[in-house]
Design a protein around this ligand. Structure first.
Ligand code: GDP
Length: 498
């Protein structure tokens, strides 16, 4: 019995249980509602509290977003060089860095931070990201207007004078302040904005970024610039002040990116055109879809044969692909005895390199399968190398992340944020190919592991050395005391929500 193809207009829940606002028109962003119809129904219910917070956020963004009087006033204050009194409209400007997967993790985390702190998220969109994603909030824009933000061209880094860590060090800001007194420590006298550096630095986040007192101090600024390549949403769960809100928004902690990514990240029309053509043309008709993502980074010196062997072993040991045989019509008699069509399995192979596709495609092209199942193998593109500065390259990458997310099962490469985003959007626990370091690989290593949740991994845990922590309390392992945290299966020191 063939299951109906999961293509458009199948009467699925196009608003994803209330995650998506119905207040958009179609043509400006085709993916928003067409995309949701291609996903399998989510295994994770959306809480009514999350829906309420999203609608409240959207209304707040409309009141404060670019083009409003409130925005003009806040910008004038920003340009004055002083923080001024606490505004009703407060902002966090997100700056992109690294590849697309990293960017999507950082952006979703920044949005969650904005929701928790009552800030409005503004996105700096460099040329290579132009119209890559749709506007996510109805009746307003999330793009930082091009009129210029102080120091944006000069750049920000961990120890620049505007960074929070530098301000702490030079006593520009302290933990103790007196807003009633109007003295030196009053919030109005602070610099006009603070830069929060949340990039992965040697697999750690900077000190003083996830302690309660830091978040109280950061809260004093009306404008914040934040740059992150990391899924720091995980670390927000470590700040006691946010825990109650987070608990109500996400009763299932293992579905944070799954819901927020589906809410926030809609491919723009160019990337969506690629998804639609490829999905409808090659994948929609199959009974089952298996995604295989092979991320080979130059530094890892991954030998092709060893990696290909891992993929094959992972597929065989977990029943993901049927075995092939020399017998050209194996399984066919049974399969077609009653005139029914053989089952089909489409494999979407996604990689910068062509050779994994060529080998797998060749295998199922030349040979029948023992089960009689027909396996077709497709690769949408093979750009060779990462070219983050190219818009067309990023569109293909985004299209492939979404195509993967429409698969029923997935084999992904450990450590890859590209793979994390795809399986978290899908709501599918992948089979993770390990290891990263091929110099230590052995033939009898396990080929792939099944993670405990669909969530991405935070590769760079925060340092929890806080005031009064004295290095003792701060250095303990949060996994030991937070029941919904685990270390990642592929990155032993990383943290993930389950
Ligand atoms: P990570 O390096 O695996 O964590 O993932 P990122 O997405 O952050 O960076 C890798 C970048 O390389 C992607 O954003 C793409 O630009 C490119 N890339 C890597 N793998 C693929 C792939 O399978 N297909 C395409 N189209 N691009 C890829």
């Amino acid at each position: 019995q063939q299951s109906p193809p999961r293509n458009a207009s199948s009467g699925r829940d196009r608003l994803l249980g209330g995650l998506l606002s119905p207040d958009f028109d179609g043509p400006s962003c085709r993916s928003r509602y067409e995309g949701s119809e291609r996903w399998k129904p989510s295994p994770f219910p959306v809480s009514s509290h999350l829906v309420r917070k999203l609608r409240e956020y959207e209304a707040h963004h409309r009141r404060c977003g670019p083009g409003t009087a409130a925005y003009r006033a806040a910008r004038a204050q920003l340009l004055s060089g002083r923080n001024g009194d606490r505004g009703e409209c407060r902002y966090v400007v997100w700056l992109p860095i690294q590849g697309l997967g990293n960017r999507m993790l950082g952006l979703v985390s920044t949005f969650l931070y904005a929701v928790l702190t009552g800030r409005v998220l503004l996105v700096h969109e460099p040329a290579e990201m132009e119209a890559l994603f749709c506007e996510p909030f109805p009746g307003t824009s999330w793009l930082l207007p091009p009129s210029g933000f102080p120091s944006l061209d000069r750049g920000f880094w961990s120890s620049c004078p505007e960074s929070y860590a530098s301000m702490l060090e030079s006593n520009v800001i302290g933990y103790d302040y007196d807003d009633d007194g109007g003295g030196k420590n009053a919030s109005a006298m602070l610099p006009a904005y603070v830069y929060l550096h949340l990039e992965n630095m040697d697999l750690r986040l900077q000190n003083h970024t996830f302690c309660e007192e830091d978040h109280r101090a950061l809260d004093r600024f009306n404008w914040m610039v934040l740059r992150s390549d990391s899924y720091f949403a995980v670390a927000l769960f470590l700040v006691p002040a946010y825990r109650d809100q987070l608990g109500r928004m996400f009763p299932a902690k293992g579905a944070v990116f799954h819901h927020l990514g589906r809410y926030l990240l809609h491919p723009g029309n160019r990337a969506w055109g690629v998804v639609r053509r490829f999905f409808d043309g090659y994948l929609a008709g199959a009974d089952e879809r298996l995604g295989v993502q092979v991320r080979v980074v130059p530094q890892s010196h991954t030998p092709f044969e060893a990696m290909y062997d891992r993929i094959q072993r992972c597929a065989r040991e977990n029943g993901l692909l049927p075995q092939v045989t020399d017998e050209p019509f194996a399984g066919v008699v049974n399969g077609t005895a009653n005139g029914s069509k053989a089952r089909t399995k489409a494999v979407l192979l996604v990689s910068l390199k062509p050779e994994y596709y060529e080998r797998l495609h060749g295998t199922y092209y030349a040979n029948a399968t023992v089960s009689g199942e027909v396996v077709t193998v497709y690769q949408p593109s093979h750009d060779g190398d990462q070219r983050t500065e190219s818009r067309a390259h990023n569109e293909r990458a985004l299209a492939e992340i979404f195509l993967l997310s429409y698969c029923d099962e997935m084999v992904t490469t450990g450590w890859s944020t590209f793979g994390y985003v795809a399986h978290a959007l899908a709501g599918v626990r992948p089979w993770l190919l390990v290891p990263q370091d091929w110099s230590k690989a052995r033939d009898d290593d396990v080929a792939c592991v099944r993670p405990a949740s669909v969530e991405p991994c935070l590769h760079s845990p925060p340092s929890l050395v806080c005031r009064g922590g004295g290095g003792g309390k701060g250095l303990d392992d949060p996994v030991a005391r937070v029941p919904f945290l685990r270390h990642c299966e592929d990155v032993g020191f990383g943290l993930k929500l389950v």
